[in-house]
Design a protein around this ligand. Structure first.
Ligand SMILES: [Fe+2]
Ligand SMILES: [Fe+2]
Length: 267
């Protein structure tokens, strides 16, 4: 049995600090074999940098996925080209730097494919069909002997994410949603052995609007004017899910939501 830890969007310094405090002991206590985190908001709420990558690796993240904020920091284009453990959404322009999927080695050398796709409903109109893209990726993977396949669908609409779960049911080990920053209570193992959750939530400040300071977001909604929206600071939590699966078949056995509070508060 292999145990995967999947973590929702890491938001800014509070999210990174919480991971550094919580993840090492959490991995040990729960016997986590492999950890995937969406880090599209990890650098000051927008995108990712080399320094942030280093911090997340040191905390115990094995693979980083991204989303619509992938390119917010200038260095990201270079970073996704050189760092094999950082994925950007695969269903964009073919000329984009980096990769949308890759195969990694878990404990005992088990091959683990991770795929990052982005939805098209209520999202920037920059992406190709995520369903077709997944079919192409799975076709390529069918030629390699990879049983464990995990998919991050970074999307706004619950319907699109749930549809992706069913589209991939029995073809991948797990499908998890990211992007909304709000953890959903619909985790389940689908009929053919695919673990599914619509959104993992976030690793960041809960006393906020999706990780941003409440007053700033309210000002924006109430005035209708653009506002700077700093990352909030209070009630920082790490949210995600643990998936147990059979590494020989790739079938998921269980999925369980997790939430840990950062009580150190010293970041
Ligand atoms: Fe996000
Ligand atoms: Fe996003």
């Amino acid at each position: 049995m292999m145990k995967l830890l999947l973590l929702g969007d890491v938001v800014g310094r509070p999210g990174r600090h919480a991971l550094s405090q919580i993840l090492p002991s959490f991995r040990r206590n729960h016997g986590i074999d492999f950890c995937i985190a969406n880090a599209e908001n990890a650098a000051g709420g927008r995108g990712i940098t080399r320094g942030v990558c280093k911090e997340l690796r040191a905390a115990g993240v094995d693979v980083i996925t991204l989303g619509d904020h992938a390119w917010d920091q200038d260095e990201a284009q270079d970073l996704v080209t050189t760092e094999a453990d950082v994925l950007r959404p695969g269903n964009g322009q073919r000329s984009l730097p980096g990769r949308g999927w890759n195969v990694y080695r878990g404990p005992g050398g088990t091959a683990i494919a991770v795929v990052n796709v982005i939805g098209r409903v209520f999202m920037p109109p920059l992406y190709g069909c995520p369903f077709e893209y997944m079919d192409e990726v799975l076709h390529e993977l069918s030629e390699a002997d990879v049983r464990v396949i995990v998919v991050d669908i970074h999307a706004e609409a619950t319907s699109e994410k749930i549809a992706m779960g069913y589209h991939l049911n029995g073809r991948v080990s797990a499908v998890f949603g990211t992007h909304t920053h709000v953890q959903t209570a619909d985790e389940k193992v689908l009929s053919n052995g695919t673990a599914y959750i619509t959104d993992l939530g976030m690793c960041g400040p809960m006393d906020s609007v999706l990780g941003r300071e409440v007053d700033a977001v309210l000002r924006k909604f109430l005035s209708g004017l653009p506002t700077r929206m700093p990352v909030a600071k209070e009630d920082v939590r790490v949210q995600g899910a643990i998936v147990e699966l059979n590494e020989r078949t790739g079938r998921a056995e269980t999925i369980r939501r997790v939430q840990e509070r950062d009580l150190t508060g010293s970041w």
